[in-house]
Design a protein around this ligand. Sequence first.
Ligand code: DAT
Ligand code: MG
Length: 227
Amino acid sequence: MFARSFVRAARPAASAMKARAFSTGARAGASAGFRSIGKVAAVGAVGVAAYAYSQNTSIHADSKSVAGVKGTFSERTFIAVKPDGVQRGLVAKIISRFEERGYKLVGLKAMVPSRELAEEHYADLKGRPFFGGLVDYMTNGKAPVVAMVWEGKDVIRQGRAMIGATNPLESAPGTIRGQYCQVVGRNIVHGSDSFESAEKEIGLWFGKAGELIDWTPANWEWIASDN
Ligand code: DAT
Ligand code: MG
C-alpha cells in the first residue's frame, strides 16, 4: 500500500514529465532492472513479484519519460480504437491482439476528445485536405475513442506492425487494418509511430497523475525471461 501511494505521489504530471530528458544513468538502471528479473526466478513467485514491482516503481522516477525507456520492457506506446472501431464492436479484438502478444495494459479509458486534443494529437497533419474531417469524426461523439497505453519490448514498432499500413488496401493480411478495414479515413485504430510520438501522445491523452497503472503480470517471467 505504501509503495503504491508512494509511486502515485512520486509521479509528476505527465505533461510536466514529457519535456524532460532521461539521464544516461536512469536509462541504464531501468533497463538493467528489467533484464535481471529472470535471474531472481529461483527466489520464488512472491519474491519475483516483489522484486519486479520494486523495479517497476523505479521507471516512474522523476527522470523517466511517460513512454518508458526505449528498447526495454518498459517502453510504452499510445494505441487508440477510433470511433469507427468502437461503433463496429472491434474494441475487444484489438485489445486481444496486444494482450495475447504479452504486452501489458497500463492505461485505458473511453472518451470523446475535445477538438483541441484531437487537433494537437494530429498536429503533423494540419494543412492536409482531410484534417478538418478527421478531427470532426474523432470528436463528434457518435462513439468514443478507446484510448490505451501498452507497455513491452519494442512495443512502439511492433504496435505499428500489428496495426498495418495507414491505407488498409496496403495493409498486410492479418494486420488489424488488413483484416478489418477498407478505407484510409476509417482505419479504426491509431498507434504511435515513434518514441517521440509516444511521449507526446501519452502525455496528451493520459496527462493526469495516476492515470497510468504500474503492475506486474503474474506470468511475467514466462513472457520475458531469456535463456
Ligand atoms: P497513421 O494513422 O497510420 O499514423 P497518418 O498519421 O499519416 O497515419 O494519418 C493519421 C490518420 O489520418 C490516418 O490514420 C487516417 C487519416 N488519413 C491519413 N491520410 C488520409 C487521407 N489521404 N485521406 C483521409 N484520411 C487520411
Ligand atoms: Mg500517424
